[in-house]
Ligand binder design. Structure first.
Ligand code: SF4
Ligand code: SF4
Length: 315
């Protein structure tokens, strides 16, 4: 990718999210303070010297297991046939280190699930990611059904680099007894931990929309979905040392059977040397359309649905 092409990535919707996003009443992402012009110049300048791209965010899967079974989960979590129960810290460290060798900065590392707090090694992972200068922000997402361990509170306490994103599903009356939002907020306030409660009713989060429908490989032959039309095409997922376009590509290639991706439609971070990985990443991030998207049928825009409707009663 030459500088002109890299500039396209710097102006992409993924990048824009990070220089315009506001975390209500808490703090802002670093580059918002300086504005868009600074952001673009800064990253161009870095690319000029390092010849490596800065990635705006990666969603690292710490588990595919969840405490809820949302029927319209946009990660298809309840439907995995093949699961990652727990990523051990050592595996996480190897995969993260390898990725960092091929990129300049990783602006935000999102640790996600399933339910992220189910991960026993989460405190070690967070601590390690916080120690990396190349990583500017560490995000943890939780569905608020679990409380953090003492060990996790310790690594989050007073840390300005890490923020916990609490998904508030209390618009769903049947889930209310399971949700520990009040307790989480108390713990985080008491320990000076950064957090944001995403509220689907008060529009700090858009309401739930139907996720793309995953077609069978046979059905996909006559379906032509454009990547840019999909609202989750920037949710790049990193799991098992492979960078996937989105959580649904990961679901189809890892969690199901019978789906295939062209070589340039995922990036195997672990299999190549760092220079080749950099090249593949640059091509991947500049690719406009992924044939893989033909496996998905997109819902009508703004097809809003009930928040976190459950497949069955969760015990
Ligand atoms: S809480 Fe619901 S939406 Fe979130 S990962 Fe679990 S099943 Fe999916
Ligand atoms: S594979 Fe493409 S269409 Fe399907 S969810 Fe991912 S980005 Fe969207």
């Amino acid at each position: 990718m030459n500088l002109a092409e890299y500039k396209t990535y710097l102006k992409s919707s993924e990048a824009k999210f990070y220089y315009t996003n506001k975390v209500k009443n808490k703090r802002k992402y670093f580059f918002e303070k300086f504005g868009k012009k600074f952001f673009l110049r800064y990253f161009r300048w870095r690319y000029f010297f390092t010849k490596k791209p800065s990635l705006f965010h990666i969603e690292y899967k710490v588990t595919t297991i969840c405490t809820l079974k949302c029927k319209e989960c946009c990660h298809y979590t309840p439907y995995f046939e093949n699961n990652i129960k727990q990523v051990p810290f050592e595996k996480f460290k190897i995969e993260l280190d390898k990725l960092l060798k091929s990129v300049d900065l990783l602006y935000a590392l999102d640790l996600i699930g399933g339910e992220t707090l189910l991960s026993q090694d989460l405190p070690k992972m967070v601590k390690y990611a916080q120690s990396k200068h190349q990583i500017k922000h560490v995000n943890i997402t939780t569905n608020a059904t679990l409380l953090p361990s003492d060990e996790l509170i310790k690594v989050l306490k007073n840390n300005k680099k890490t923020i916990v994103w609490i998904s508030n599903y209390s618009a769903n009356e049947s889930l209310k007894p399971k949700l520990k939002i009040k307790e989480l907020v108390e713990i985080f306030d008491k320990n000076n931990i950064l957090y944001s409660v995403s509220d689907f009713e008060n529009e700090t989060m858009p309401p739930w929309e139907k996720p793309p429908l995953v077609l069978s490989p046979g059905e996909a032959k006559n379906n032509f979905t454009k990547t840019k039309d999909c609202r989750i095409h920037n949710c790049h997922t990193y799991a098992n040392g492979i960078l996937y376009l989105c959580p649904l590509q990961f679901y189809m290639l890892f969690g199901k059977h019978g789906y295939k991706a062209e070589n340039d439609e995922t990036v195997n971070i672990m299999k190549a040397n760092p220079k080749d990985v950099t090249k593949s990443l640059l091509a991947f991030y500049n690719k406009e359309n992924f044939d893989f998207c033909h496996y998905c049928k997109l819902p009508s825009p703004e097809m809003f649905i009930e928040t976190a409707e459950q497949l069955e009663e969760v015990k």
